[in-house]
Ligand binder design. Structure first.
Ligand SMILES: [Zn+2]
Length: 402
């Protein structure tokens, strides 16, 4: 038996578990519910629910919404999550930009600001810019102490145990960056960091399919390539927190050496960064991926062929991942998907053609429902979930000894 299973629970732990259960129940109920309904849904006595609800109302998480109609006898008062009860800040740091967004408990946006990054290699400058923008957004949104969590999604891999960006492919200064501590030191608010592909995967699994998807594989094909893995409704992080490094899966073992130590890594064939590099090698004019999207749309045959090649390589790696993980849905997002069906149809066809028919017919391969929004939506959702799991309760006044 594992040590964890032997541990007992103190009364404070039980109290917190019950508070979280009531909050989660309220969250999941469409419309408002009564204390009595919560009591039967959660399996706690009406008296216990009354006490917990009182504490949650005092702490600002729950509001009373008036009498529920259609009730016989003593009329019940409806309860709901307070949309103004707390706020979280979701931050997406990418190689191209920083976006900061304040969300309410329903993941609705209160304020959003973005800046572009001129030179991502300037690690310290980029981090300072991020912290300044966060401060600006917190200040302007006027959420004050209602800001209860900050979620930051970044490219990876991350060392989640130490709250650091472990290293970034092709950016040598981005190594062992203690980003979680930096944010916490500046704002003193609970801070959660997450690999951006994981954040996007969570957003897709929660909101992307008109219903929750428990097993989903999200592939961010941007300047790097990362995958977010959702298994049984939870992000799979692996032992160090680096799971999902799809960009360093080998697609050609005779291929060029990669800085990770491997050879023929996918990222060197299929990321948007390597695509732009390839275009330069071929002498095709353009700087950014958008330039080549326009050329492809205008029918440039070489650009179109290279897009298909990049998509094919991605599909090869993703087919292996599907064989390993058996997700219900595979979602593609980020810059290379801006080539739309030219890229997507090739990637999808490659994935499905490399799976046994029994497996391929059970997997839905699709483009992201939210585009670039999925990263921020997922980051906000992670921070909101953190608050729901760790509500900050007001200290009760001590009982007087009289
Ligand atoms: Zn590699």
């Amino acid at each position: 038996m594992r040590q964890q299973e032997l541990l007992g629970k103190n009364i404070e732990d039980v109290q917190k578990i019950n508070q979280v259960s009531v909050l989660q129940t309220l969250r999941q109920q469409p419309g408002t519910v009564s204390r009595k309904q919560i009591s039967s849904l959660v399996g706690l006595t009406p008296g216990t629910v009354t006490n917990i609800v009182r504490d949650l109302i005092d702490a600002g998480y729950v509001i009373e919404t008036g009498y529920l109609s259609g009730k016989k006898g003593r009329r019940a008062v409806g309860l709901d999550i307070n949309p103004d009860g707390f706020y979280v800040l979701g931050v997406r740091l990418s190689r191209a930009s920083i976006v900061c967004r304040v969300f309410n408990p329903h993941a609705e946006v209160k304020l959003s600001k973005a800046v572009t990054i001129e030179d991502f290699e300037q690690t310290q400058e980029v981090l300072e810019r991020m912290l300044d923008l966060m401060e600006e957004v917190i200040h302007e949104s006027q959420v004050g102490p209602k800001l209860q969590a900050i979620g930051v999604s970044t490219p990876g891999p991350l060392n989640l145990k130490e709250g650091k960006i472990a290293y970034l492919h092709g950016n040598t200064d981005w190594r062992d960056v203690p980003i979680q501590q930096m944010v916490y030191d500046r704002f003193g608010v609970s801070t959660i960091i997450e690999h951006d592909a994981n954040a996007a995967a969570l957003a897709e699994s929660l909101f992307g399919n008109g219903g929750e998807i428990d097993n989903l594989f999200y592939v961010a094909v941007g300047r790097g390539i990362g995958a977010g893995i959702v298994i049984n409704g939870r992000i799979h992080h692996g032992s160090l927190g680096t799971a999902g490094l799809l960009g360093h899966v080998c697609v050609d073992y005779n291929g060029p050496k990669c800085e990770c130590g491997g050879t023929g890594c996918l990222t060197n064939y299929a990321s948007s960064k390597s695509f732009v590099k390839r275009m330069k090698q071929l002498g095709i004019a353009g700087e950014k991926i958008e330039d080549f999207v326009h050329l492809a749309e205008a029918g440039h045959p070489v650009v179109q062929e290279e897009v298909k090649q990049a998509a094919h390589h991605t599909g090869v790696a993703v087919a292996s991942a599907v064989n390993l993980l058996n997700p219900q849905v595979v979602v593609f997002g980020d810059e290379m998907t801006w080539f739309d069906s030219l890229w997507f149809e090739t990637a999808k066809e490659t994935v499905l053609s490399r799976l046994a028919p029994e497996i391929s017919k059970g997997v839905d391969v699709k483009l992201s429902s939210f585009g670039q929004e999925s990263f921020l939506l997922g980051t906000g959702a992670i921070a909101i979930e953190h608050v729901y799991q760790n509500p900050i309760m007001k200290d009760k006044p001590k009982e007087l000894n009289v």
